[in-house]
Write a protein that binds this ligand. Sequence first.
Ligand SMILES: NC(=O)c1ccc[n+]([C@@H]2O[C@H](COP(=O)([O-])OP(=O)(O)OC[C@H]3O[C@@H](n4cnc5c(N)ncnc54)[C@H](OP(=O)(O)O)[C@@H]3O)[C@@H](O)[C@H]2O)c1
Length: 305
Amino acid sequence: MIMFGNLVTTDLSAQERTDNWGVPYVKLNNGVEMPRFGLGTYNVSNDDCKQAVATALKNGYRHFDTAQAYNNERGVGEAIKESGIPREQIWVTSKLWPTEYGEGKTLAAIDRMLERMGLEYLDLLYIHQPIGDYVGAWKDMEKAYEQGKIRALGISNCDAREEAFTTIVETMKIKPAIHQIECHPYAQRRAMRAKHEPYGIVTECWFPLGHGDKNLLSDPTIGKIAQKHGKTIAQIIIRWHIDEGFSVIPGATNPEYIKENISIFDFKLDAEDMATMRSLDQEKRFYNMSIEQLENFVLNRAIDR
Ligand SMILES: NC(=O)c1ccc[n+]([C@@H]2O[C@H](COP(=O)([O-])OP(=O)(O)OC[C@H]3O[C@@H](n4cnc5c(N)ncnc54)[C@H](OP(=O)(O)O)[C@@H]3O)[C@@H](O)[C@H]2O)c1
């Protein structure tokens, strides 16, 4: 165990295996192993997504994060199929949109999702937002899990509704293995991470590069660490996520960025680098929607069905 302030984190690196590219695999709280690094696909069209996933697969990525609401699950599925890489070597995550939530309703939505992606099973399925009948959705997700259609269940954005986090972790039969939240050097989310600890929930970070934020990607303090290691600022940020024990899914369509972002497994940040990175925390979020705004947004979003 490593003590950091009032946060206790597990030294994952001691227990993890790595693949040929050096990507570490974490054992989730249900025993399933997941690569702690992958490609995000938010805001990317189906065609661009297919291209990005194909490039990523050629460069060693084996973990892909999509969502029903990104309308690009088909692109992910097609790129995987065309790569010829055995399905069991790839980790595929998607997320259900709240309009699909409800016991008796979600199971059919999961079958449609698998059909869209051309897959027999998903490695991880999230409830995308803690809105509407997420309890009913979770009950059907548990059924899909028991039927072998999903290997792990996750929650996303439950930091926006604490009650959803508590209800799911305390009352549901199958506990979430992962919680996907916004997390990067400017918002390190220590309070939420501490809540994951007792349940062995892995923190997975969205907006790890601040959604491409120019200030974060030219931060002079991170720049000094980058110079020391002969890496870019983006690489230092992603390496920091890995060394903190997170799962991280930077989004990229530019092939150079795709290659750059996985080229981080030939070095580690030292204790001084980590202390410096931790000192940058200012709880600055890049996505600021209230739960009420989110509820409206959810109802009006056009999604792939
Ligand atoms: N659960 C949720 O509600 C939720 C919300 C948001 C995101 N997510 C997931 O988290 C993933 C990551 O978030 P994100 O993609 O929005 O943001 P991000 O990973 O923080 O940043 C992506 C942006 O950074 C740029 N970029 C990537 N690598 C770079 C590099 N090495 N140097 C400079 N710029 C670089 C990309 O450019 P190019 O595109 O031009 O290559 C893109 O504009 C998403 O793709 C999605 O899968 C989940």
